[in-house]
Design a protein around this ligand. Sequence first.
Ligand SMILES: Nc1ncnc2c1ncn2[C@@H]1O[C@H](COP(=O)(O)OP(=O)(O)O)[C@@H](O)[C@H]1O
Ligand SMILES: [Mg+2]
Length: 589
Amino acid sequence: MSLQVGEVIGVHGTRVTIKIFDDSNKETIFFGGQKHKGVSVREHVSVQRGFREIICIVEGEYLDEQKTEIENGKVSYIRKVESKPIGYIEDGEFHRGIKFLPMIKDAVHLLAESNVQKIYSAKNDPSFTIGKLLKEETAIALPWEHIFNSHVGIFGNTGSGKSNTLAKLFTLLFEQKIDGILGKSNFVIFDFNGEYTNQQITGHEHKSVRKLNTRAPEDKIGLSDSEFWDLETLSILFNATQNTQRPFLNRVLAGRLRFIDIEDSLARYIQSTFRRAFSEKPARGEVLSLLRRMAEFLGHEPLVDFLNKIEFNNSNGQLKTIVDGEHVYFDTDAARYAAHLEPLVNSIDTSAFDAFDELVVRTNLMLVRDLIFGTVQFEHIQPLLKRMDSAISGLRNILEVTSEDTELKLVTVVSLRRCNQEMKKVVPLLIAKHFYNHQKNRVTSPPQQTMHLVIDEAHNILSQQSVREREIWKDYRLELFEEIIKEGRKFGVFLTLASQRPADISPTIVSQVHNFFLHRLVNERDLFLLENTISSLDALSRSQIPNLAKGCCVVTGTAFDLPMLIQVERLPKSLQPDSADVPLKTLWD
Ligand SMILES: Nc1ncnc2c1ncn2[C@@H]1O[C@H](COP(=O)(O)OP(=O)(O)O)[C@@H](O)[C@H]1O
Ligand SMILES: [Mg+2]
């Protein structure tokens, strides 16, 4: 039993025109003890067709001026609405899709609110509710099982409520399902602004917060030996160019591997390289400066002092120094080297080296050897060593190469707030790779365990626009994330991306996202992108995106039958991300 409000007067393709009776434009109508919404844009109406109810959504209304009717001698305009069928209810169940169309003269009824719920969330676990439908104000349960096994995009301008929606989704998930999730899945949150380091998402019992600080040691991310001594890792860390620097690093790695079983292989490598450098003729000035820099890096003062006193004579290619007032030329028989320099070189204690020391030493030595053999163009490799020099003190504060396996907590929050710009780009990549590989190694088929990478402010690492960077470098990070988003599903790796500029993110990535929470977005390019990549986004929902209020979003994608407009409920204060707007009124008062 429901209230008839009009009748169908036209069907053009999938557009249904309905003539609305005079008195049905009220905001709320009570009928048969049920509350109904009046007929206005985005409202639902139903058309009875035999046993089925065809559900249409109102897309626009207008007065038809030409076709007036004369009633009791008075002219009255006809109110018409345009609507679009979205599915039908049969045997009490909603089915999506335009399978049946109304016909002219069919009666149009209002849809009771209980039926609206049936359309949007009938099959869903009723407890997983992040908010209410904006218009109908009915609480809508989301199909969590389809959301969290897909890649999710949360897009919207700054301050539109993305972080709150993200927090709400995961907080609710852990509030309700934590017992089932523990031991099976892990979540890593990339937190560029330090918004999730307190009580957010889940309690500290199941959460490990890693505050990375490039300026001073705080928390560290552990990499295994094999992860660190890896061509890809090193190329990423030090921004190696494809053509010359990468092959160079590759040789460094191969050299290390070749002698790794030999005791003291690094010390021997140092000693034999120094010997060569000081007994080769003609010598090269670059060799001397490389060895000096290396000694400085190691903080070996006596060696630095000695090397600083050595002079290189460009015209005859000789190295000389003055010992006790006498000129000492380093000759090819290495006798002078053995007498004056060797004891210092032998005193370098490699057992105290960490991975970064070893890396700097090995790259410097490799370049020295290449120079001696004349197999390398110094100017191509030197920038790489310079970058290493400048990056390593920061890296040491945030990375640790260890053989220990730390147990993974349910949630790992990686705060990058105190990382310098350069590391903000590099480190997330490394961490993503780390967890992606971790999951690939442990997973069975079909996956019994899952890994969820959650990246707030994802444009920081996934943007394609940054012109400051060289082409060659962009590839690494986009390639990795493109692989994760394309192949990750197989291994049970899922991404959740939040971003204010979806149009800047690589299209390959955006096009692989399955489910979307679209907050207010005004930029034409962003809207254009959404329109072209999200097939489930209809024109009506799309048109509302530029005008959404805070915390309000269009939810659409493969997990949902229909796009819907949801006002996300706020979390209690202590669980909200630390991102609140600055209250200038209190600040400046
Ligand atoms: N669901 C919501 N309901 C009401 N207000 C909200 C909601 N979500 C966010 N806001 C408001 O918007 C501000 C910015 O939210 P935030 O989630 O940090 O946005 P974003 O991550 O998109 O920049 C918050 O401080 C809050 O005042
Ligand atoms: Mg945010």
